[in-house]
Design a protein around this ligand. Sequence first.
Ligand code: NDP
Length: 620
Amino acid sequence: MGVSGCGKTTIGKKLSKKLELPFYDADDFHPKSNVDKMKKGIPLHNEDRFPWLNILADSIKKWQDDKGAIVACSALKESYREILSSKNKDIVWIYLDGSQSLIQNRMERRQNHFMKAEMLTSQFNDLEVPNYGIHVAISQSPEEIINEIMLKLKFMDKSFFGVIGLGVMGKSLSLNIAEKGYSLSVYNRNTAGEENVVEDFLKIKEVGMKIKGFTALEEFVYSLERPRKILIMIKAGNAIDAVIEALIPLLSRGDIIIDGGNSHFTDTKRRAIYLENKGLSFVGVGVSGGEEGARKGPSIMPGGNKTSYSIIAPVLESIAAVDKGGTKCCTYIGPGGAGHFVKMIHNGIEYAEMQLLAEIYNLLSPTKTNEEIKEIFREWNSGELASYLLEITADIMTKKEDGEYVIDLILDKAGNKGTGSWSTKAAFDLGTVNTMMSSAVFARYVSAFKEKRKSLAKRINKADDVRDSLSVADIKNAYKFARIINHQQGFEVIRLASETYNWNISLSDLSRIWTNGCIIRSALMTDCISHFKTNSDLFELPEIVDYLNANEDAVKSVLIYGLKHRIPLPLFAEANTYWISITTERLSANIIQAQRDYFGAHTYQRIDASDDQYFHTNWY
Ligand code: NDP
């Protein structure tokens, strides 16, 4: 922008070449009546300019929705610039600054320009120099002007990456991203009573971190360089759709929205299709590691459009945890909702791992002190049973506040946020078994009926409370047994989903990114990397089957002890039932088939006929 004769067209064309963006001259959009007036030297009035500026505003929006453009336009007054940016605020204004005498001189040397040199005075009278944007002196050569513009554009201070939602995870991930040297814009909505979320966050940013905070979504979006890369870190569900809807009109073609929350994988698929139809990209990313992991290095499971992922991969990989081999715990999982699917099953496995430890605590606590239980857990954690969850549970056992063990004071009522029950439903939909996860979900539900449990507990006969001792070695072996079953079921759901939805997920790579940063990291998970390199199923490994076979008795001892002392052990029971069922050639489903055929003529197959033959009996 700038007065006529300042060199807008020359500079604009050179800039367009340099930036590989199309060039448009605003004068070409004047209606003929305006051109005629200008040729005759009649100054244009606002009523002449406004329709022209509105046409330009529409065009700018269109160009911006594509890849952007360079536009040469005098845009002398603030009100004109307001119209030009009315449909799209993301304009970088470049003001070509020259004195009237310099421009007068240049114009007098120019021919065939419809703008008479005499009109320059009126242009300068109209000119309201913007106090924003890039200002460049036109006394320099065009090459120098271009170089200065390029340099200033580079330092225009747009952020490379954006984060929406400064909750537990958003804050930690933001600090992690900024620490890796990426310039960052963050946004949090302003709600009553929580007006200072952004302000408070900016206070904790560390020296050298380039973070800008916003509470206006529009300003946040325009603070980002294109293609914009925006990580949404808010609670899953309708809130994500609402934020996406608010973002859409502010975004441009090619921008990438990343959902890092625990969204359901079918929502992710739906959102990806919806946004792709609008020229935007959507990447659904599973993130595990909790608050600390997010800050220091989470495990990251990205899924969706692979090309868009490659644009954000450097950021995600830079913040991810590192495995033992030095490789980042972040790998592209697959298209659509694949990333969120595996995160969901990750959480399902986590539910079962947690519940198993809770059951062991239940077995040990009547006869052992918290300190003794901690020691048992620590000893296990030094070997093949090592896991993050075992480690933290050992810590939990002896944590004291005001001289009392915190664990002894915590109400026995567990909450959940839904990913566990989604995992259960996913297995139902796929027609496979994940009794470990589902049982862990139900165990939490049962725990929630505290009042009912309390009142019923008063009405039943007391359990046998003579606590004979149960061998810790048996518990340990049963624990290993149940964990293998849990991992077998979890990976089997993923394998089947990958096959069903054509995701082509590598279970070995997935195990690898789950060996650090995430909640289910463990020595067993590390073993899974090699197990799944050559097998698609843990039961294909002779050493696993041999172990399970050899330790049936340990599980039996644990279960018998639980039955005798009325200790509910749903996961140990499920592990045992699944193992016994899956290794039993003839189950009782012949009865089920007969019943179905009896009341519903559903037919059945026979042991003495081929698989494709179906029979019906007249039962009555
Ligand atoms: P928090 O509850 O700590 O924070 C939620 C954030 O979402 C806040 O910034 C909140 O803003 C914002 N928010 C909530 N509702 C809306 C809405 N309707 N519109 C806009 N913003 C909204 O959650 P977390 O940081 O723990 O979790 C964020 C996501 O990450 C969730 O999907 C969660 O399941 C997932 N996750 C969480 C993990 C954890 O360990 N916590 C681990 C892995 C994933 P405001 O401050 O205004 O309320």
